[in-house]
Design a protein around this ligand. Structure first.
Ligand SMILES: [Fe+2]
Length: 300
């Protein structure tokens, strides 16, 4: 089937119509969804009454799942969901809203900074697939920024300067920006920085994107303050309103985004209200530094 998509306003994201994600997808459906993602980078599916099993089945039909192990401050015995899900809710294992000063909640507030999922992992995420099970009465939007358009809008001098730069990504950096530095020695080891290129090329469309994330806290070979102010300028550029789509959630929405081509952030909502969002994630096809080296070897 050709995917029936409708671009949302003037922006890059699109709504998909006429697809029931609770049913198995045909190979043609899968190919059409990937093609839609390559083009739009964010796809919105409304009114999808998925349970965990259905969300997993849909996600697995598109690729290999990334597991959420050791990436948050939840201890394994605290997990509300299996590790095939990233639990981006504000709920504990008994479905109770975290207290305002709970460090698991404060760590999760890092998601309010612009980021790309799992950029702090050696092999970062490809797609994130987020399904809304309950939403707060107000706030809690997710905003997406098109990093292809942001790249295209850079001046030539900046494009040349960033072409081969490599950044260091860690959740210690993103949380540190919010003044959350209360990490144990074990967490500091677990969250050790990984390297990612600052520019990446989409494997199918060959379009270039800025690969930014609040997890990026340094540029290899640069003094730290200079690197951070440079990255901050790039994020400011990349998140101008003309590059951003703000998604206002309804229960049953499933939104899928390509972390290789977009950044996103969650917006605040009342601290005492549940927001049950369940994310499945597809793993990417390699570390960005190694992928860039492979690309360069093919060209040479
Ligand atoms: Fe995220």
């Amino acid at each position: 089937m050709p995917l029936k998509t409708r671009q949302i306003g003037p922006c890059f994201a699109a709504e998909v119509e006429g697809v029931d994600l609770t049913r198995p997808l045909t190979p043609e459906d899968v190919a059409a969804i990937h093609a839609g993602m390559d083009e739009h980078a964010v796809l919105v599916f409304h009114d999808q009454p998925l349970d965990d099993e259905a969300q997993l089945a849909f996600s697995r039909s598109l690729g290999e799942l990334e597991h959420a192990i050791g990436t948050s401050l939840r201890a394994p015995e605290d997990y509300r969901l299996p590790t095939t899900f990233a639990d981006v809710s504000n709920l504990d294992r008994n479905e109770k809203v975290f207290a305002r000063d709970d460090r698991r909640r404060l760590f999760g507030i890092g998601n309010r900074l612009w980021h790309s999922d799992s950029s702090f992992k050696p092999i970062p995420a490809m797609y994130s697939i987020l399904h809304a099970r309950s939403v707060p009465s107000r706030g809690g939007n997710t905003e997406f920024a098109d990093m292809r358009a942001a790249y295209d809008a850079l001046d030539d001098e900046t494009r040349i300067e960033i072409e081969d730069l490599v950044c260091e990504h860690s959740q210690l950096f993103s949380r540190g920006q919010l003044g959350f530095t209360d990490f144990t020695d074990e967490e500091r080891v677990r969250f050790a920085p990984v390297r990612q290129t600052l520019v990446r090329t989409h494997p199918v469309t060959r379009r270039k994107s800025l690969y930014l994330s609040s997890h990026a806290g340094g540029i290899v070979g640069w003094p730290v303050p200079e690197a951070r102010s440079f990255l901050r300028d790039l994020v400011e550029h990349a998140t101008q309103r003309q590059f951003v789509y703000a998604h206002r959630w309804r229960v049953g929405d499933l939104v899928m985004w390509d972390n290789r081509q977009t950044m996103h952030r969650a917006r605040p909502f009342p601290a005492n209200e549940p927001r049950d969002m369940r994310r499945t994630t597809l793993i990417g096809d390699g570390n960005t530094v190694e992928l860039a080296q492979r690309d360069a070897a093919q060209v040479a």
